[in-house]
Structures are given as C-alpha cells and as structure tokens.
Design a protein around this ligand. Structure first.
Ligand code: GLN
Length: 388
C-alpha cells in the first residue's frame, strides 16, 4: 500500500500526465515484435564524423564538468550556424545556453521565465512535454487547435486566446506531429500579436533541417522579435544522435539570465565530450544537410504513398520526420485503441496523438508514423499494413 502514503506518490501537478505515450508504445511494440514507426528515433547510426569526434573528445580529456552555460567552442559554433540561417548575430557568452536536449531548453525557459499563474498559448497538437513543464512552472496553458487538413496557424485565434495574464506563446516549426512548416505570412501575423501584447515566444525549431516544401523561418528573424524570442534547437534530429541529448536555447541576455537561473539547478551541465562532438558536427555541413534532406524526402514519399495505398488518410508533411494520418478506415473508436489494434493485428507501431491535445477528442481520429527509419524498416511496415 506504499503508493497511498503521503511519502510515496506522484504530485498532483504531474499525476494527470501518467506515463509518456512514447514509453507505452515502445513497450507494447517490443512485446508484440512490431515494426516500430512510433517514437521519433532513428533505427540507423549517426554519421561517422560525429561518432569519431565524440571518441576523440573522450580520448583528449574532455571528461570533467564543462562551464555551466556550455563549452565556448559549441556556443561559438551554434552562433555561427544561427547567423548563417537567420542573419542574426548573437553573443555566445550571454545569449546561448547548452541544455539537455531541446526538452530541457523548454523546461528551463518555462521555469526560469514564468511566474505561477502566467498564461501561455499553445498550438495543439503540442509535443507531450510542454504541458507537464507548464504544470511544473505552475503556469497555465491556453490551447488553440491547428485544424486539418492544412493545420494553418491562426493568429487571430491566438490573439483571442490571450488574456491580461498571457506572457508567452510556444511555437514549434517545423511542427511535430502535423509536419506543417509555417509560412512567413503566418509567422508575421503571429509576430504582430506578440509585439502588440508584449509576449515572449518560445520557438522549438528542432526539425529545422527537415523541410521538403516551403522554407523554415526562425520567428526571431522577424522585425521586433529577437528581443522577445527564445530559439531552441538540438543536435539529435539533425545528426541522428537522439541519445546524446544536446540541445540549446538562444535568447537575448535578459531572457538568457532566466533560462540559466533554471538550468544551473536543473542539470547544471551537459555531457562534455558530446558538446565537443556537436561543435565539430555543426561546422560547414551544407553537403551533409543536403544529403539528409534528400534521404528523408525519399522516405517521406515511400511511407506516405504506402500509407495511402493501405487506406489511411495521409496529411503529407512539409517538414519533420513524421506523418499524421486519419485511421478511420480501421473502424476503431479512438487513436489509442487504433494504435493498440494496429500493433496486435498488423505488427506495426505508431503514436496515438491524443495526448498532444488539451482535449484528447481532437486527436482521436489521428495516428502518427515516423520515417526516421531505414528503407527496409519502412518497407517491412508497409508490407504488414498491406496484408491487413
Ligand atoms: N521527439 C520524439 C518524438 O516526438 C521523441 C520523444 C520522446 O521519446 N520523448 O517522437
């Protein structure tokens, strides 16, 4: 009965969120021997140059605590990379913090920049850590739902969701799980609301190198936005090292101070050798980015075509390595039941996205497949789906 004692329990803040959908689906997929297109996790190894750089960093003594904000060499590399894509010059000493993946960048931003009761506008569906992190920060989420088939960003709806307690908007582009890459016009309309209402923007841009249609735009690069934006990125998606957990937050000094106030007590430091490898990875990789794009475009098309053939209603993504589908043809009542059914009857695992919505019913007809997998893995999944 230990779980009913005051000493052993999950707090009221976090109890509603249960186990993450990623852990649950991984467990069910493993038990059933399913082909796993669920969690956004490559089933192939990272490029050799980054693995060698990590080994070299370990062999050359980069094994003790690095500086709390991150190694200067990595912060310089991120500043150069950010300037090359946005034209913005940032000071690595006062405007960049290395975090434990983008997930910690989000947590540290919310904890370090918001006060209890502050409101934050979310564009549902949102990555599943946003809401629990808001709960930890004792902030309040207000959701605006992106509607299929286009999942357009509706700045007017965001404006209407704001109150005098609203402090921030969380933006994710390219967007997980819809695959939307928001346009300049959509971002300009959002920027106008943020300037007028004096809001912060927490911009999660971890899929910025995976864009197949349209162009990725960092909202920080729009007029009047760099002083109110935290731009968050990571190494894991771009270099297929999701297990290294190297992320970062780029923000003006007055916001970086808040992020670091939280970061120093959350994790203090991020794995030192991987920071060195990350700095090597980020230097002059245009050829690598082109290859990554081409590889993922091929996989996106393979998976989307196959899912369509298998009867799914496919929302073809403009970016990310995910595709959101309508599963109505399976005749299941909701996304969780449908995903469990698919694991059992087809031996294929996908993510039920209802936990990405404030109202789970908004995601009930949807299912998310990932194509950050080898061609053979995608083909094996499609072969199984074809037999249904
Ligand atoms: N970001 C990845 C996804 O959306 C993995 C998340 C996780 O495992 N917590 O699938």
């Amino acid at each position: 009965m230990a779980d009913t004692t005051r000493a052993a329990r999950i707090t009221q803040r976090l109890h509603p969120f249960g186990e993450t959908v990623f852990s649950e689906i991984n467990r069910l997929a493993l038990e059933a021997g399913a082909v796993n297109l669920g969690q956004g996790c490559p089933d192939f190894d990272a490029p050799r140059f980054i693995l060698e750089a990590a080994k070299e960093a370990i062999d050359t003594g980069h094994n003790q605590y690095p500086p709390m904000p991150g190694t200067p060499v990595l912060r310089n590399a991120i500043a150069a990379d950010f300037q090359s894509t946005t034209g913005l010059a940032v000071d690595p000493d006062t405007e960049i913090t290395i975090t434990c993946g983008c997930t910690e960048a989000i947590a540290a931003s919310l904890i370090g920049l918001l006060d209890p009761g502050d409101e934050v506008v979310l564009m549902d569906p949102v990555y599943d850590s946003y809401r629990p992190c808001l709960a930890i920060a004792e902030a309040v989420g207000r959701s605006v739902t992106l509607q299929p088939p286009n999942f357009s960003l509706d700045a007017q709806a965001i404006d209407s969701a704001c109150t005098d307690r609203t402090r921030a908007v969380i933006l994710n582009t390219p967007h997980n799980p819809t695959g939307r890459v928001f346009t300049r016009a959509e971002l300009e309309a959002l920027a106008e609301v943020c300037r007028r209402r004096d809001l912060l923007v927490l911009a999660d841009e971890v899929y910025c190198r995976m864009v197949y249609e349209g162009t990725h735009i960092s909202i920080a690069s729009l007029p009047g936005m760099s002083e109110r934006t935290v731009t968050m990125g990571s190494l894991g998606k771009t270099f297929s090292v999701t297990g290294w957990k190297i992320g970062w937050a780029i923000a003006p000094p007055h916001l970086t101070a808040g992020i670091r106030a939280a970061h120093q007590f959350l994790t203090f430091d991020i794995a030192h050798p991987f920071q060195h490898a990350a700095a090597v990875a980020l230097q002059n990789r245009e050829a690598y980015y082109t290859e990554l794009h081409d590889t993922y475009l091929e996989r996106r098309n393979l998976l989307c075509d196959g899912l369509e053939k298998a009867g799914f209603g496919v929302y073809r993504p403009q970016g990310t390595y995910f595709v959101l589908c309508d599963h109505s043809h399976l005749g299941q009542p909701d996304d969780i039941t449908a995903c469990k059914w698919l694991i059992e009857h087809a031996g294929v695992a996908a993510i039920p996205p209802s936990s990405f919505y404030a109202d789970p019913r908004d995601g009930a007809t949807l299912m998310r497949f990932g194509f950050c997998k080898r061609i053979e893995t995608i083909e094996a999944a499609l072969e199984r789906l074809g037999r249904l």
